[in-house]
Write a new protein. Structure first.
Lengths: 292, 310
């Protein structure tokens, strides 16, 4: 958007090159995100135990800083399973689901938004009615009713979460595509004989990518929270697989005797969503002030 | 204006029909409820009798039609578990849920809006930074983590408050705080950005330039304009009064609508799930309708375009 009217706002826009310094909070957040991603990628290599390995002689053993041993740095659960190993594998599972869902939502939303912008008329009306419907219903309720009835396979769960937030991308993509269509470059490529497919994929999409990436970053924490909430209720990721919300739900049973089971995954959820939110806000301010 | 109202109403009804159809299709197509309610080794005759009794043998469109007419007669079917009517099962849970969500809404509005306005008016001050940090934290801490942490602190460690159940008003304190804080954070963040947007508008500069005192300009020009986007999110909060407590009710074993929904979903109790879905949709749609009407009252520009549309 900002590229469309540079001649109108030259005095307001600060020279961007001077503000390359990253605020310390954002730097810490970026560091945390990189660390979490590394853990997710290396999960199978760095986990000390298998997540189903039982150590029956060390059941409910506390973590090191609460008087436990280094054999289980973050303690063990009721069955003697290593909390650290489960945490590492859970991080990978939760990130996998969140990434998958975010990509599905963005693809679906952008596609529908472009369709609405291209065809206008009743296609646009239909898409916008769906957008209104989705925005009006609490997603948790929709997800709950779909989930328990379609079972708990992982691909289905990711697909369901991918329905979260598509309406925002659709709105953005439609608005930006309509305004892009009114500009010279889209018309020029069309005049040269490019198919609509090519115009949208090769010319409009790159021009609105910054905005879309920022909204994806802002939506990412919501998906993590949704996944962990559903898994916490026992309706998301099913055992023997484990995710962060799953661990909290399981740990809740041992709240008084072994609070460490739920404290470490809770901390990871909070720190990760916080970090992504901070980075998202920062990116938005840097890249796209139009997104409020 | 009447035409505008009529269009809105028609659209609301259409959305409701969409929700009903969505619920019906999803819940009926996903599997055989008879086999899940009865155990897997139930005798085939019993399963057949069960299917006949609940009309599960008829073609889907017949079931759909029957379902639709029944709704218009105020009959949402009976719980497949204990045979009681789904409406009364849900209705008797509503007071318990409202006992949590209404005080929580008061906290959200009473804390979130003033905090957001204050932060916007004192932009970049220490208070603004603190409010925003808390708001981001409130948004990123999931309600079940916040709830469990509060239980750990106030119920397990200090022993001041009960950890779950619904025996006295003291049982409601922790769930209400859990819900209120999270919502207040969201609202504070939203109010702040709405206020900042309005404060940067030319009409504010004009008002100040012609000598209107700052406080007066804020009260007469900034607050009413910032109220417009904020009303949307408040409408959403009011719309979710009945079922916005799914997770928190589960954390605190509070016997409300949300808890009923989780149990009904786990048991595949179709009638109850549909009833709650419909209830949520109806409150949500009503809240949206009210928000639309409020827009007209708050923003004269919309009234004009609405008339132009019609």
């Amino acid at each position: 958007m900002s590229a469309t009217t540079p001649q109108l706002v030259p005095a307001v826009v600060a020279p961007p090159k001077q503000r390359t310094k990253i605020p310390p909070m954002v730097a810490i957040a970026l560091f945390w995100i990189v660390a979490i991603l590394a853990i997710a990628f290396l999960a199978e290599v760095i986990r000390p135990y298998s997540i189903t390995a039982l150590d029956l002689r060390a059941r409910l053993s506390p973590p090191v800083f609460m008087g436990g041993t280094w054999a289980h740095p973050l303690g063990t659960d009721e069955l003697g399973r290593d909390v650290l190993s489960r945490l590492i594998v859970s991080i990978r599972m939760s990130l996998l689901i969140a990434f998958g869902a975010a990509i599905i939502a963005a693809t679906l939303g952008v596609l529908l938004g472009f369709l609405a912008a291209h065809f206008r008329g009743w296609v646009e009306q239909a898409v916008m009615a769906l957008v209104d419907f989705q925005a009006a219903m609490p997603f948790m309720i929709l997800a709950l009713s779909v989930l328990a009835f379609f079972g708990n396979s992982l691909p289905l769960f990711i697909g369901l979460l991918g329905l979260h937030g598509w309406e925002r991308y659709a709105r953005i993509a439609r608005g930006l595509a309509i305004s892009a269509g009114a500009q010279g470059y889209a018309a020029a490529v069309r005049q040269l004989g490019a198919t609509p497919w090519r115009v949208y994929a090769r010319h409009v999409l790159p021009n609105i990518a910054a905005t879309l990436i920022v909204s994806m970053t802002l939506a990412f924490p919501e998906i993590i929270l949704l996944e962990s909430g559903l898994s916490f209720l026992g309706l998301g990721v099913q055992p023997p697989m484990t995710s962060l919300g799953n661990m909290v739900g399981y740990g809740r049973e041992y709240l008084t005797r072994a609070p460490w089971i739920l404290l470490s995954p809770s901390a990871v959820i909070v720190l990760t969503t916080l970090s992504v939110s901070l980075v998202g806000d920062w990116l938005r301010d840097r890249l796209d002030p139009t997104l409020r | 204006m009447l035409r505008f109202l009529g269009l809105r109403l028609a659209r609301a009804l259409l959305t409701l029909v969409l929700v009903v159809s969505f619920a019906f299709v999803v819940l009926r197509m996903s599997g055989d409820p008879a086999l899940l309610i009865m155990s897997a080794d139930a005798p085939p005759e019993a399963v057949a009798a069960f299917r006949r009794a609940w009309g599960l043998d008829d073609p889907l469109w017949v079931q759909y039609f029957r379902y639709f007419t029944a709704i218009f007669q105020g009959d949402l079917g009976n719980s497949m578990r204990d045979g009681r009517s789904a409406i009364s099962l849900v209705a008797e849970r509503i007071p318990a849920t409202l006992a949590l969500t209404l005080p929580a809404l008061a906290i959200k509005l009473g804390v979130g809006i003033p905090a957001g306005i204050y932060a916007a008016l004192h932009r970049n001050s220490f208070a603004d930074r603190a409010v925003m940090l808390l708001a981001v934290a409130g948004f990123t801490v999931p309600s079940f983590v916040l709830g469990l942490l509060l239980v750990l602190l106030f119920a397990v460690q200090l022993g001041w408050l009960p950890s779950g159940g619904q025996d006295s008003w003291r049982h409601a304190i922790l769930p209400v705080i859990t819900m209120g804080l999270g919502g207040a954070a969201v609202l504070a963040r939203f109010t702040r950005s709405a206020m900042l947007e309005v404060l940067g508008q030319p009409y504010m500069r004009t008002a100040l330039a012609k000598g209107v005192p700052w406080q007066m300009a804020v009260r007469r020009h900034a607050l009413p304009n910032a109220a417009i986007p904020t009303v949307t999110i408040i409408g959403f909060m009011i719309g979710s009064l009945l079922a916005g407590a799914v997770v928190v009710e589960s954390v605190f074993s509070w016997p409300g609508v949300g808890r009923l929904l989780v149990v009904a979903v786990a048991n595949r109790d179709l009638a109850v799930v549909q009833c709650i879905l419909l209830l949520v949709a109806a409150t949500m749609i009503t809240a949206n309708l009210v928000v639309d009407l409020l827009y007209g009252a708050l923003d004269p520009r919309l009234r004009v375009t609405a008339r132009g549309e019609a």
